[in-house]
Design a binder for this molecule. Structure first.
Ligand code: HEM
Length: 461
């Protein structure tokens, strides 16, 4: 169907964009288009169209699991080039999705966080040892880099018993650099122009993807060599599924490799952005900072080395609200795609064919009028239990929706809540550059060029 006719027939505006605009900050560009065209529009790039949706009423429909399911978008198709049929990128009807989901779900039940708590705390202490050195020598730090060190080490240790040792390095672990380039390749490939030779980009991508696979092999080999089962960590569960004589239930080795890569990426990249945005908003909002500090002070007093228990993390509700609110303004996995399971008239007027894909533009859903008159305002009180109860659950989707929603949500929130509280308890955050937020996109979102100076804090500060 010709796009102009289609726009006229279904009333959805079509916005033309160029490849140049897309490759730099496509997500923020889509947000701007939504501000101009409203909560449903098609972005046309060459002969490719993407339908973006961002209002509460339309997303409520898309969340109906009887009529829609996860869609593997063109970008996720590209991520499949290095994550294969791992949980994140698997098609709904791929048998390995259901198998792996069943094997791994127990590892993400709320109680399982108790198992990961010691590894999370161990890495939180690494952050603090590193920040203590900064306080002593007066150096500044790149927030997103340090949060990425923290979350990578945490998923490595908690999920796989593997130590990336990121705080012992001056530069990010090469896994992170290769991963970021692979994610960028996946995003940029979307905007390729006809007649251009991309073989150099593809060769560089292949080299990075091979390196990621070699790290996975190292992780698996380290476990096999240790002779330990790893009991109930992610790798232990997956390898165990092969050995317990479950026959059909066991995961094949190729799939386990895809899952390890998936978890190493999905398990750290977005959490690190969430923590970075939360620190940014606290830096700019002294009243909110004060409340987070007070909550941590009440738990840990002026103990120089607090020893947070698993139960303590549930006693930090305001800290959790701050993270929720940071993820409202900048959901770090900023879009997810739904696929129509039948012919549907979306919103009573936009015809969709079975199989059509619709992409939810989460940051704009999170700025829907349901959020009040000042959606750009950072306000953690939006997440008090009362405020949450009064709002539709579909107004807030940083972790996606339905059966294919984020499996690691509790993991991310436990890890991030603990670290954020520990950091504001121990340090004064100094805005030494009068930082203005710029959001960098590498498929996920992070503050760009955000650096902090630090000073030691006592609870009286
Ligand atoms: C799925 C966001 C942390 C593992 C998702 C999806 C979103 C998301 C939006 C759904 C994608 C879609 O519908 O296409 C986030 C955010 C996080 C986070 C914002 C941190 C703040 C984590 C962590 C892990 C993880 C810590 C692992 C430890 C996964 C996996 C899936 C997923 C495996 C695919 C689930 C499936 O389809 O079965 N995440 N995530 N995520 N996430 Fe997360």
């Amino acid at each position: 169907l010709h796009t102009a006719e289609r726009a006229a027939a279904d009333g959805i505006p079509v916005a033309d964009v160029t490849a140049a605009g897309l490759t730099a900050t496509p997500l923020q560009q889509a947000m701007d288009l939504a501000r101009v065209h409203g909560p449903a529009f098609r972005r046309r790039l060459g002969d490719r169209e993407t339908l973006f949706v961002s209002s509460l009423d339309l997303v409520t429909e898309l969340a109906d699991e009887n009529r829609f399911a996860k869609g593997v978008s063109v970008v996720l198709e590209n991520v499949r080039e290095f994550a294969g049929d791992g949980l994140f990128t698997a098609y709904n009807d791929e048998p390995n999705w259901a198998k792996a989901h069943e094997v791994l779900m127990p590892a993400f039940a709320l109680g399982s966080m108790r198992t990961y708590h010691p590894a999370m705390l161990k890495v939180a202490r690494r952050v603090m040892a590193s920040w203590d050195r900064r306080v002593a020598d007066g150096s500044t730090l790149d927030v997103a880099e340090d949060m990425t060190r923290m979350t990578l080490d945490t998923i490595g240790l908690a999920g796989f018993g593997f130590d990336f040792g990121s705080f012992a390095r001056d530069t990010p672990h090469p896994f992170v650099e290769s991963m970021v380039r692979c994610l960028q390749w996946s995003g940029a490939k979307f905007a390729r122009e006809a007649g251009v030779d991309y073989s150099a980009e593809d060769a560089a991508f292949r080299a990075d993807a091979d390196y990621l696979a070699s790290v996975v092999d190292e992780v698996i080999a380290a476990r096999t060599a240790s002779g330990e089962s790893g009991d109930d960590d992610l790798l232990g569960l997956m390898l165990g599924s092969r050995e317990r004589g479950d026959g059909e239930q066991g995961l094949d080795l190729a799939n386990i490799r895809n899952q390890v890569i998936t978890f190493l990426i999905a398990g750290h990249e977005t959490t690190s952005g969430a923590l970075s945005f939360a620190l940014y908003y606290l830096l700019k909002d002294p009243a909110a900072l004060r409340l987070v500090q007070r909550e941590a002070d009440e738990l840990w007093g002026d103990a120089p080395e607090p020893d947070p228990s698993f139960e303590d993390i549930a006693r930090l509700p305001y800290t959790r609200q701050v993270l929720n609110e940071a993820l409202r303004l900048w959901p770090t996995a900023a879009a997810f795609t739904r696929q129509a399971q039948e012919d549907i008239l979306l919103g009573g007027r936009h015809p969709l064919k079975k199989g059509d894909l619709v992409t939810v533009l989460t940051p704009m859903l999170h700025r829907d009028p349901a959020w009040g008159d000042n959606p750009e305002l950072f306000d953690p009180s939006r997440f008090t239990p009362q405020a949450e109860a009064a709002r539709s659950p579909h107004a807030y989707k940083p972790f996606g929706t339905g059966e294919r929603a984020c499996i690691g949500r509790q993991f991310a929130l436990h890890e991030a809540t603990m670290l954020l509280a520990l950091l504001v308890h121990r340090y004064r955050l100094i805005d030494h550059t009068d930082y203005r937020l710029r959001v960098k996109e590498t498929l996920t979102l992070k503050p760009e060029g955000f650096t902090l100076a630090l000073a030691a804090r006592t609870p009286a500060d």
